[in-house]
Design a protein around this ligand. Structure first.
Ligand SMILES: C[S@@+](CC[C@H](N)C(=O)[O-])C[C@H]1O[C@@H](n2cnc3c(N)ncnc32)[C@H](O)[C@@H]1O
Length: 206
């Protein structure tokens, strides 16, 4: 995703931690692990990605074999001792805030990314006629406040991409469980479309 890695990297460098590679970095819902490798390539020995999908963990391990990859459900107990992580990120993934608070050390940092209100808005308008805009980040600030974390920084990433018909169908399949017949024909008639990608990014610390 053009520019997202750079934006995340800037956020991390604005809030440097005095931990370098000495404490664990956890990626919750790491998927295929591309963000972890791009951001923490110099610290494979302390990087750990967690995901519920066997396929995702396999791909991640193949892509970056020097890091640690764990097949686990992040909604349950995280497989780490109290206060042993320096940094935790959840990029479009799960946010079990009580467990995040337990595993992060006192000066630990948490980086969260969630879809912004304009994310895929053109596709949502195509399917629903009126795309609903819903901002999630303020509710997440409240969730983290409840476990003693303050928002250090909030940023926005936005990018526009041109999608062809098969990619539009794939993107909709990932976003909506059921697309009605009438909506299906509306999608079929679109050959190309400019679509907005939008994410809200947050950094939290105690
Ligand atoms: C939207 S993807 C984001 C993947 C990656 N962070 C990225 O931005 O490319 C969400 C990921 O969370 C994983 N996931 C969903 N529920 C989970 C759970 N309960 N525990 C761990 N991972 C989970 C999915 O398998 C998927 O890889």
């Amino acid at each position: 995703m053009v520019g997202l890695i750079e934006t995340l990297s800037e956020l991390l460098s604005e809030h440097p931690l005095d931990l370098s590679c000495t404490r664990r970095t956890i990626d919750l819902g790491c998927g295929e692990g591309s963000f972890g490798k791009a951001l923490f390539d110099d610290c494979p020995e302390t990087f750990c990605g967690i995901d519920l999908s066997k396929r995702a963990i396999r791909l991640a391990a193949r892509q970056w074999p020097d890091a640690t990859w764990v097949l686990a459900n992040a909604d349950r107990v995280l497989p780490f001792a109290d206060g042993t992580a320096g940094r935790l990120m959840s990029l479009f993934g799960r946010r079990p805030v009580t467990e995040i608070a337990r595993v992060l050390c006192d000066d630990g940092q948490c980086m969260i990314a969630v879809p912004g209100e304009e994310d895929l808005i053109e596709l949502r308008e195509l399917v629903q006629t009126v795309g609903k805009r819903r901002s999630r980040w303020k509710a997440i600030v409240d969730e983290f406040a409840d476990v003693g974390f303050k928002l250090q920084r909030q940023a926005t990433w936005r990018h526009s991409v041109e999608l062809d018909q098969p990619t539009i169908a794939d993107a909709l399949a990932m976003t909506y469980r059921a697309v009605r017949h009438s909506q299906h024909s509306r999608i079929q008639s679109v050959e190309q479309m400019n679509v907005t990608l939008h994410a809200d990014l947050m950094v939290f610390q105690r």
